[in-house]
Structure formats: C-alpha cells, structure tokens
Design a protein around this ligand. Structure first.
Ligand code: TYD
Ligand code: MG
Length: 453
C-alpha cells in the first residue's frame, strides 16, 4: 500500500480539525485561523495488531492521593495547588523576557538536590545557562543541561539520563525532523508536545514546558496544546515594573483561581508573601481619582489601587481601561451617568489598576466607580478609605462573598474606613478601628465619601 500522505487543517483558536481549507473555521467561526497539518507516517495512528489495550476496573485502581513535591518556591507551589504533581505535564506561558526561564531555573536550585533534572534549552547555550545559574545561585548537583532543538535527540537524552524532572525551554524551538514544517509551526508544536507527553506519562516524569505567547496573549500554537497538558500557567506582568503574577488557566490537580506573586530582583525572582503591601506602596496621598479595592484571588484577599482620570473630551470621548474589563468599565460609567448623577459620558475616561493586576471580580466595581467619581469631582477620597461592592445596573450596591475576610485584610493594612454594601450575606464581625460605611446605592456611596464639607 502506498504511504498516503494525509492533510488536515487545524484551527489555532478552537483546535478543531477539518479536511479542507476554508477562510473561516467551520467550528468556531474565527477567520484565517486554519493551518495545514500533514500527517506523514500513515497518520501516525496505526496500532500494533498484536497488542489489545486492556481496560482496568476502576474499583481496583489505587486511589491514593497524587504524589506531590515542593518546587522550593512557595508561590509556585501555591499556583500548582500545593506543589508539583509527580508525572504531570505543566505548560508555562508568558511574554518574552517576563521570567519563565528564570522561574524554572530557580526551581532547579531547590529541587536539584533531591531529584535529577534535565534542563533542555533551545534558546540559550550551555554556557549561557551556566552563567545565569551562577547569577541565580543555582548549584544543583543533579542538574543536567542540554542545548538542543531536535526532538529525537531530546527524547533520547531523557531516556538515557532517566531524570525525575524534564524542562523544555521552549516548545516553539523544538522540532521533529520528520516533519517538513518549520519549528514553532502548529504542526511541529502539536507533534512535539504529543511525543513529550508520551515520554512524560510512560516514565512518570514531571515535565515543565515553556510556551511563548502570541499577540492575543494565549500560548502560540493550537488550543489543543492546552487540552493535552495537565496544567497551563501564565506568567504575566509588565516588563517595565518588577511585579510578576503567575496564574493558572487550567489545573487538573487544583484550583485555577490561585495566583502567585513575584518580584523580579537582580538575583532572580522573589516570592511576595504580602502582595497588598507591595501593590499599595507609593500610593498618592490626598489626590483625586484613586480608590482601594479588595479582591479575592484564590484563597487570599488582595488589595489593589484603582486609578481613574476623567477629563472633558476635546474631541470624541475616549475610553481606555487597563486591569478592568473594558465592557465592565463602560457599564460602570453608564451607571454613574444615569444613577450617580455625574455627566461622565461626554468625558475622556482612563482607568488603570496599579501593578499590572487584573481585577476580574465584580467586588471591585464600587472602588472603580468611586475612583471615577473622585476624579470627575476633583475631590480626593482620603488615604484611609477602601471600598467593596458589586454594582448593579440600577446603581444598587450588591453584596459580595467573603466580606469578613476582605475587611480583616483592609484593617490589617491600616485602613480606617470602608464603604460596604448595605445588605450583606454573611454576618459581619466588627473590627476595632475600622469604620464601616454601608451604602444602598452608588449615589449614597458618593454622598458618604465625596460630599463637600
Ligand atoms: P527570562 O527568564 O530570560 O525570561 P523568559 O524566559 O520569560 O523570556 O528573564 C529575562 C528578564 O529577567 C531579563 O529582562 C532580565 C530579567 N532578570 C532580572 O531582572 N534578574 C535576574 O536575576 C535575571 C536572571 C533576569
Ligand atoms: Mg527564556
């Protein structure tokens, strides 16, 4: 039988396969996302006829907890759900220069003493790795480095060395010589991840794979990559600041809403145990347009400063929001216009969350709205004030979860007053030194904290 070459097209957005090329993905409707994938070796799907896979009875399987080990970096462990799970495949994505290689090399410092690690780099030479390791103070005894990009050589090295942990930096530089497409293409990334995953699962290796992200901010390559691996972590932050956040987008062994907070220093990444303190440092005192919000990230309450600048529009009203969802910000502006009595619709509005943090929780609505109102009215809110509450379309302030936990963090950081929803779900435990200002709706909140004396 002739070795027929089969071609399929994969959508880089949703990962669906189609036999024919089209400008628009038939499955998710995205434009220009189909890329060609050649399945050279008879599709690579032939099965050995002598081997019939045997299903196992669920009741007979060992249900002992998954075995975890500490990466030696407390914030990294936290995001992974309490340490790395043995035999799992973790994808670490992030923009270039954000610190992915640094994070993984620092992990080697702690884990290299007890475990054998193979660090494969397709981006740096062995000497460069050594220089970086010296700078980070990594003297791992059982740490092996390999500067290689050929997939077969990498797999062969891993099989002969028999490490406990393999790090591939990065998946976009690895290529399989059997495929005609260039390294980093969808075909290569998919095939290489699949082969690495097989190696990882067959030998119970814990594998960390670095993935570059594309313009849209997701890992370059097909979405199927994310379906294949056990954990997908994103390393975020602005290059101009030293603040970095590690976030789980997928985790088969833990929650995905836990974040890890780091600071990039001269000698590598440092865990930030108290993110609120760091996020609030250098806050302007008595200037209009800033308010402190409290959001729950995973199990931790984190305080963040929301800044707003509202100016009369010279031309068409412009809106920019950084760290707050654009549509959410537009909604809050509309509510302020209609229910708060502020004519913000015709103004240029800029919203920014300090430290590169993204506030996804609606509990930050009230702080965002008060920051906007404060800038519009050009009156400061006072440095001792924080605000918690979700805002509804009729301007009402709605209750949020974990109110007591948020209030104790606010009090711990020295705030004296906090605007809260007038109706709350949990019973509030009063905290000495923290004055609560319950408000029913946005105009009550504005009147309570921004009224002219
Ligand atoms: P790197 O880990 O190489 O990023 P990635 O692998 O995500 O591309 O980090 C590179 C950046 O980190 C570089 O701009 C310099 C900075 N850096 C420090 O500030 N301190 C350090 O100790 C190290 C190793 C890097
Ligand atoms: Mg790197």
């Amino acid at each position: 039988m002739a070795n027929k070459q089969k071609t399929v097209y994969i959508c880089s957005e949703c990962g669906s396969e189609t036999p024919n090329w089209a400008g628009k993905c038939p499955s998710c409707g995205a434009w220009n996302t189909l890329a060609e994938l050649r399945l050279d070796k008879a599709g690579g799907r032939a099965r050995d006829p002598g081997r019939t896979p045997k299903a196992k009875k669920l009741a007979d399987l060992d249900s002992a907890e998954e075995i975890r080990f500490s990466t030696g970096i407390s914030e990294f462990d936290r995001v992974l759900g309490g340490g790395a799970v043995c035999g799992s495949l973790v994808l670490v994505g992030g923009a270039p220069g954000i610190g992915k290689s640094t994070l993984l090399l620092q992990m080697c410092a702690a884990s290299g003493r007890e475990r054998r690690i193979l660090y494969v780099s397709g981006e740096e030479s062995e000497r460069q790795l050594k220089l970086r390791a010296d700078r980070l103070g990594v003297y791992g005894g059982e740490l092996y480095v390999l500067a290689e990009t050929d997939l077969d050589s990498i797999l062969a090295a891993a099989e002969s060395l028999k490490p406990d942990i393999v790090i591939i930096d990065s998946i976009q530089t690895v290529s399989n010589g059997d495929l005609s497409s260039a390294p980093g293409s969808i075909t290569q990334v998919r095939e290489c991840t699949m082969r690495i995953m097989r190696l990882c699962k067959e030998n119970s290796l814990t594998t960390f794979v670095v993935g570059h992200i594309n313009k849209e901010g997701s890992i370059a390559g097909p979405k199927v990559l994310e379906h294949m691996v056990d954990c997908v972590l994103y390393f975020e932050g602005e290059r101009s600041t030293s603040f970095r956040i590690l976030r789980a987008a997928k985790n088969r062994f833990g929650s995905t809403n836990e974040i890890g907070v780091f600071e990039m220093a001269d000698n590598g990444l440092r865990c930030v145990e108290n993110p609120s303190e760091m996020l609030l440092s250098g806050r302007p005192v008595n200037s209009p347009g800033t308010c402190v919000a409290c959001v729950i990230e995973g199990t931790r309450p984190i305080l963040a400063e929301v800044q707003a600048l509202v100016t009369p529009a010279a031309y068409n009203a412009a809106r920019r929001s950084n760290g707050v969802d654009y549509n959410r910000a537009a909604m809050l502006l509309a509510v302020l216009e209609k229910r708060g009595g502020l004519s913000v619709a015709g103004c240029d509005s800029y919203i920014n969350v300090i430290g590169g943090l993204t506030l996804e929780e609606p509990a930050a609505d009230l702080a965002t709205s008060l920051a906007i109102a404060s800038s519009y009215l050009d009156r400061p809110l006072g440095a001792d004030l924080a605000a918690i509450g979700e805002i509804g379309l009729s301007g009402e302030i709605r209750s949020v979860s974990a109110l007591n936990q948020r209030l104790s963090e606010i009090s711990r950081l020295g705030f004296k007053r906090c605007v809260i929803p007038a109706h709350w779900r949990d019973e509030i435990r009063p905290i000495a030194g923290l004055q609560l200002l319950p408000a029913q709706n946005i105009s009550e909140a504005i009147a309570a904290v921004l009224a002219r004396e």
